[in-house]
Write a protein that binds this ligand. Sequence first.
Ligand code: SF4
Ligand code: SF4
Length: 188
Amino acid sequence: MYVIKEAKAFVDAVANEPGGEKINECIQCGVCSGSCTTVEWWEYPPRKLIAMIRAGMKEQVLSSASAFNCVTCYLCTVRCPRDIKPSALMHAVMAIAEREGYKPKTPTLTLFRTLRESMKRGRIWDFGMAARFYFSSNIFNGFKVMPVALALISRGLMPIMPPKPIKSGEIKAILNKVRSIQGTGGKR
Ligand code: SF4
Ligand code: SF4
């Protein structure tokens, strides 16, 4: 009984996350997996991942890098016969994994967290973001892009020092505005 309750709690958590609302309407036709442009990298393709969520397999879903391979190309979304919007659903899974501190092996999550940090300042600090990303994902790849970074820095296009943060009250107002627009489906 406890297991069923836990499983339902996970499905509900995904359904309550923006993008996950229609998870229970999936008919498991597999069109999303068949259409997915990056499926070769997914441990669990989109259809299977949705089935696993509905089976309450929280640990396996959130520990897997599968959803993080979504590149938001929307092919699944335009083809899904149930208008599930699998791309948005993958974003919901990513958001929950990030929020709950899961550590799937993917540099995308590092980038995600770095961007989230930037949001706190209200401005993106390219240099800090890139440094953090390469240090925590693959430092050797960082060396490969060093010539580009140096060229940007020397032209003043990537300042080494962080930008002045926007006042927290102003960030809050911007985020509230974004949320209100999202609430109207972007029709404002
Ligand atoms: S295409 Fe839509 S209905 Fe079919 S398996 Fe994927 S999400 Fe479910
Ligand atoms: S939006 Fe994501 S899940 Fe959908 S086809 Fe593209 S990569 Fe695959």
